[in-house]
Design a binder for this molecule. Structure first.
Ligand code: NOJ
Length: 557
């Protein structure tokens, strides 16, 4: 394949917004599009050297379409309209225009493995066995003797099949019963989805994050999934090999067709949550044989890594080896389904200082080879809210399934953005209304306003890192090579292009000698950013690392 100039999605930084809890403009306690518009300058005010703006290049919005909100928008009832909770189509057009005016791209979540059971397609399909949409979903007769047609389990727990009285048949749902899976073998379904994608692309949307994009195709014969060796509970999703309902080869053809839709437009990006429990190679192959599928498959290595340098280094090395030539990786720590990374890592790391971990993690995310994706609030070190009272719990798909035993509640990672120390952390712009989820108790001290005043804060560190990432081509497009072959308590790696070499040092422990297996290739360096050294200072190759030192150094030739 011919060499292409890197797309914006390769050198840009993406920021995920969970719209329900980012910013509430109308004082109803629920985040909305006008709230996001009012916070755009915070994300990027258009000045590349801004000291008051984070400087991200794109925002990915979790779903904002019309939805009964059983799974907070991951259950769409109308793909062509905005959920009134968030505003209306005109608000969305304003958001696109105002974001583009500040060099912020807009990425929409595209949830098309399934619809809501309240989508008109499903209502029609479920009415009878002879209507124009009768096979738009996956319908099967009961098994001989009655019961579910096969052994497929829903990811949120319970059987994957739900019986419908009108049709006297079962429909399949990868997730909750109110999220029936579309029949992707049906050409009309595919056309309906691709037309809908064009509707949003025509409105100026810069790309999509595909939800559960490895589960579209199902086995044509609906065969039973094999059960894992020695599995005792046959009804546990994790005890099956998902041979027949996930990662089917045909799934790649669908993603290729979606990519072809995007290629009708300039510079649009296709990101895929291939799936949370997929192995690295199952996700990486969604780049496509000729880079004709996803631009950025989301692989979950950091979501399941301990905060331990050797482990993290191995994960990066594996991904480096597996990513095809000309393809480009993406990295993230958190999203709306995972406990926030500081909460995951604080208990299992060599260091228990959450600020040190936050800055070191930020450095890793912004200097590894791949597009960094931030989750709202991570830039101030937000942690999970662990004490949400049961009566305030909101994650209905989890609550609805065997008392949340299947997957843990995701509420703790979705609490309101902590803007300032005013009531409800400024979530409703000064109005003291109860937000959708309770604000984390730490908001009085941990908030954007406080951290903007403190030059040493996590927020300023992220802001500077994003600028350093943008201004140094080795960091946004260079190769990655570790100088360490065996796990130590630090990372030392190079990012390189023909023009520039950058050395990244991250010490996970107290002061010590800087050990590397490969020699440091230059003698003279200049500090681009560090928590222990002055930006701009010149130095010889460091021999020692200060305690929890983070240094990003550019080679001087
Ligand atoms: C993955 C999404 O990230 C998650 O939030 C959602 O519940 C499921 N897919 C179902 O759409």
């Amino acid at each position: 394949m011919e060499f292409r100039e890197p797309g914006w999605w390769q050198h840009g930084v993406i920021y995920q917004i969970y719209p329900l809890t980012f910013a509430d403009s109308n004082g109803d306690g629920l985040g909305d599009l006008q709230g996001i518009i009012r916070r755009l300058d915070y994300l990027n005010d258009g000045n590349p050297n801004s000291k008051s703006s984070l400087g991200v290049d794109a925002i990915w919005l979790s779903p904002i379409y019309q939805s009964p909100m059983v799974d907070n928008g991951y259950d769409v009832s109308d793909y062509y309209d905005i959920c009134p909770t968030f505003g209306c189509l005109d608000d969305f057009k304003q958001l696109v225009s105002e974001a583009h005016g500040r060099n912020i791209k807009i990425i929409l979540d595209l949830v098309v493995n399934h619809t809501s059971n309240q989508h008109s397609w499903f209502i029609e399909s479920s009415r009878s066995r002879d209507n124009p949409k009768e096979d738009w979903y996956l319908w099967l007769d009961p098994a001989p003797g009655g019961g579910e047609p096969n052994n497929w389990i829903a990811y949120f727990g319970g059987p994957g099949w739900t019986f419908n009285e009108d049709r006297q048949q079962y429909y399949y749902h990868t997730f909750n019963a109110n999220q029936p899976d579309l029949n992707w073998r049906h050409p009309e379904v595919r056309k309906a989805v691709y037309d809908m994608m064009r509707f949003w692309l025509d409105l100026g949307v810069d790309g999509f994050r595909l939800d559960a994009s490895s589960t579209y195709s199902k086995d044509e014969l609906f065969r039973d999934n094999p059960i894992k060796f020695e599995a005792t509970d046959r009804k546990d999703y994790n005890n099956q090999y998902h041979l027949y309902n996930k990662n089917l080869p045909e799934n790649h053809y669908i993603i290729q067709e979606m990519r072809a839709v995007l290629e009708e437009y300039d510079e649009r990006v296709l990101i895929g949550e291939t799936f949370i429990d997929s192995r690295l190679y199952d996700s990486i192959i969604f780049h496509g044989v000729d880079n004709n599928e996803l631009h950025l498959p989301l692989t979950f290595e950091f979501a399941f890594s301990p905060w331990y340098p050797g482990y993290i280094q191995r994960e990066i090395e594996k991904k480096e080896l597996m990513t095809p030539p000309e393809a480009w990786p993406a990295y993230f720590f958190d999203n709306h389904d995972l406990p926030r990374h500081l909460s995951r890592w604080i208990d299992c790391s060599l260091c228990i200082d959450s600020e040190a971990i936050a800055k070191a993690a930020a450095t890793l995310l912004l200097t590894v080879r791949g597009t960094p994706i931030l989750y709202y609030g991570e830039e101030i070190g937000m942690v999970n809210h662990e004490d949400i009272p049961p009566e305030m719990a909101k994650d209905k798909v989890v609550i609805g399934n065997i008392d949340g035993e299947v997957i843990p509640s995701r509420d703790g990672t979705r609490t309101p953005m902590q803007w300032d120390d005013s009531p409800q952390a400024g979530f409703s712009f000064g109005q003291d209304v109860q937000p959708y989820l309770p604000v984390n108790d730490n908001f009085k001290t941990l908030n954007v306003a406080a951290q903007s005043q403190d030059q040493d804060s996590i927020w300023h560190f992220y802001r500077q890192l994003i600028q350093v990432h943008r201004q140094n081509e080795a960091l946004h497009r260079g190769s990655w090579r570790s100088l360490i072959h065996y796990p130590y308590e630090h990372l030392a790696y190079l990012r390189q292009t023909n023009q520039q070499t950058v050395l990244v040092l991250i010490n996970f422990s107290e002061e010590k000698e800087l050990t590397t297996n490969d020699p440091i290739p230059y003698d003279d360096w200049q500090v681009l950013l560090s928590n222990r050294r002055q930006t701009g200072d010149k130095l010889k190759s460091p021999q020692r690392l200060q305690g929890f030192e983070i240094s990003i150094l550019a080679a001087l030739d």
